[in-house]
Design a binder for this molecule. Structure first.
Ligand SMILES: NC(=O)c1ccc[n+]([C@@H]2O[C@H](COP(=O)([O-])OP(=O)(O)OC[C@H]3O[C@@H](n4cnc5c(N)ncnc54)[C@H](OP(=O)(O)O)[C@@H]3O)[C@@H](O)[C@H]2O)c1
Length: 250
């Protein structure tokens, strides 16, 4: 690939799962990829040898100052795509919410995305180009029982992206929200319930990359999960609550 064709792509939470799978796809095409996470030892050793274009940074997305400096330094020659992917969940599914864990989820999943977008905008707005992407979830499309904080965090990401997609188009910046269903990653590994339409991280990353190339504002996957969620989202809310209780999804 000619040097001028190489893109600069930064992914938060790229040490495992979806972020790592996306990073690998871009690296295979020869792009410059920056990833960050709290624990870089999670990145497979082979990655550093196979992909010299990989730049990894130990940064917590809650640390705005460090995140902003890292993204600025990585973007000296441009920033084409910034993917706010870092996120956590607490799927112990207790009836009464664990408030401490809920606060942490909101902090990382909402303010982490906010910090990432702010850092990205500082680089992209003066250049009048760039693409901001955030990893939401189908859990943000309805209020799911026993994972209230996670559902709320992803709903916030979906709405943030919907608004920003309108606002930032005036300065040449695209915005995409991705809402996956169940994807096979360390996050879902400990789930001991049935996960309908489960998809591998590699397959999901390929579909997400295509949606980003097409500049989709919202991309929900897999297709069958999208259909289910559209029905649940469109139901009168009393019917939704009845349905969830009846099928013991709570
Ligand atoms: N898997 C699914 O079924 C699914 C479905 C819908 C949405 N999602 C969303 O997809 C995204 C990726 O999840 P995943 O499934 O790939 O899970 P994962 O394998 O656990 O990956 C999460 C990534 O986020 C990083 N991270 C977490 N907290 C961070 C913080 N404070 N600062 C920086 N990095 C942080 C982790 O790295 P460190 O531990 O090194 O910090 C890791 O690289 C998340 O936003 C998740 O909510 C996943």
């Amino acid at each position: 690939m000619k040097d001028e064709k190489r893109k600069h792509i930064f992914i938060t939470g790229g040490t495992t799962g979806i972020g790592l799978a996306l990073a690998e796809l871009y690296l295979k095409e020869g792009h410059h990829v920056g990833i960050c996470g709290r624990d870089l030892s999670k990145i497979p050793d082979s990655f550093k040898d196979i992909y010299p274009m990989l730049h990894s940074f130990e940064v917590d997305v809650r640390d705005m100052k460090k995140l902003s400096t890292t993204i600025k330094n990585f973007s000296k020659d441009g920033l084409d795509i910034l993917i706010a992917n870092a996120g956590i969940g607490d799927f112990k599914k207790t009836v009464l919410p664990d408030m401490e864990s809920s606060r942490q989820i909101l902090d990382i999943n909402v303010f982490g995305v906010f910090n990432t977008f702010e850092a990205g905008m500082e680089v992209m707005i003066p250049r009048k180009k760039g693409h901001l992407v955030a990893m939401a979830s189908v859990a943000g499309m309805v209020g799911l029982p026993r994972i209230g904080a996670y559902s709320a965090s992803k709903a916030a990401v979906l709405k943030l992206c919907e608004s920003f997609a309108i606002d930032l188009s005036s300065v040449g910046i695209n915005v995409t929200a991705i809402a996956p269903g169940f994807i096979e990653t360390p996050l879902t590994k400990s789930n001991n319930h049935h996960m309908p339409f489960l998809m591998s991280a590699e397959k999901a990353a390929k579909k997400m990359k295509k949606a980003i190339e097409r500049k989709r504002v919202l991309y929900v996957l897999p297709f069958r999960m999208r259909m289910v969620m559209l029905v649940l989202e469109g139901m009168p809310r009393f019917l939704y609550r009845f349905f969830i209780k009846m099928f013991r999804f709570e």
